[in-house]
Write a protein of this length. Structure first.
Length: 325
């Protein structure tokens, strides 16, 4: 009966009023909640990066990304070869160094180092078909709802440490601590906004790289032409030198339109899927606090699923009748 009592006292000191009004995207609100979010984040400091991204249910190669890159490269190289070109003519390490090195340097100047490293880590989401919204995740939430209605919300406390999804664990912790649905929504919507802004900044890194690469390609071409102009006394080398100089332009335009910009678009789509999963989780936890039936919760969460995931959601089990104790 005294489970979680100390945490309720701590929460009561943090939130002076039960009826609070916290608008979304409010900077002052984030400052006011910084202490509480810091305490919640402190319990998860030992979690690995794998746990932070555990919302992705399956790790399968995204065939669309692999096929797309392969088809684009093969199409360009094959067309160049059929036109009488030699593949070795477009393999210039110095041009690749100018384009890739200059692009990386420009990105590091524009963005904080932590944002760039985070973008590199999250770029694997475009190579793997990691679907966060799955039928298994819905079944997990519904089982928590059944237990809450049968034995009480406080019985979920021992299971909090075994919940892998950090957002679900944090939301249920607030619910077990006795916060109302309105307070939970106010706190977690701030968390949603912070996650959304972070995801947007990660995608912006790849988009910025796609903008810098063509310009660095032109710089590489100009540097190559400078070297050619110094050899005007040997006309036989001028044509070859100009051809080599324009390889850097090819690299810049190629990596921008075949790598950076498409990956930025797909990464933004992946991040949106994760954001939808967080929104679904918040609605599910609030529904559990409000005492919604497991059958109704399952039907509500199914609206977030698409395709085979929606069909895979098992039929709702008859909700047991609570026995008075």
């Amino acid at each position: 009966m005294l489970r979680g009592y100390s945490r309720r006292i701590d929460q009561a000191a943090c939130l002076h009023e039960r009826e609070i009004r916290l608008p979304r995207c409010c900077f002052g609100t984030r400052l006011a909640l910084a202490g509480y979010n810091g305490r919640m984040a402190g319990s998860n400091q030992g979690s690995s990066q794998k746990e932070k991204n555990c919302t992705m249910s399956k790790r399968a190669i995204d065939r669309g990304t692999i096929y797309g890159i392969t088809l684009a490269v093969l199409g360009i190289v094959t067309g160049f070869w059929l036109d009488g070109g030699n593949v070795s003519q477009i393999l210039q390490p110095t041009a690749a160094l100018i384009v890739l090195g200059g692009t990386l340097g420009a990105v590091l100047i524009q963005f904080p180092f932590e944002t760039v490293t985070q973008a590199v880590k999250l770029s694997r989401h475009v190579l793997f078909d990691l679907r966060p919204l799955s039928a298994d995740y819905v079944d997990e939430i519904v089982s928590l709802c059944l237990q809450s209605r049968r034995r009480g919300l406080h019985t979920l406390d021992p299971q909090l440490a075994r919940i892998k999804d950090p957002f679900l664990r944090k939301s249920l912790t607030l619910a077990v601590d006795g916060l109302s649905a309105k307070e939970i929504r106010a706190l977690m919507e701030v968390d949603l906004d912070i996650h959304e802004e972070g995801d947007e900044s990660v995608a912006a890194v790849l988009e910025a790289a796609g903008g810098f690469a063509p310009t660095l390609g032109i710089i590489g071409a100009v540097l190559g032409l400078i070297q050619v102009m110094q050899k005007m006394d040997n006309i036989a080398q001028v044509g070859t030198g100009i051809a080599v100089a324009f390889v850097s332009t090819l690299y810049g335009i190629g990596v921008a339109n075949l790598i950076f910009l498409p990956l930025a678009g797909k990464l933004r789509a992946r991040m949106r899927e994760r954001q939808m999963m967080r929104e679904m989780t918040l609605e599910a936890v609030i529904s559990i606090v409000e005492g919604i039936s497991a059958r109704m919760l399952r039907e509500r969460l199914k609206s977030y699923l698409t395709g085979h995931n929606k069909m895979a959601v098992s039929a709702a089990q008859p909700e047991p009748v609570a026995v008075a104790q």
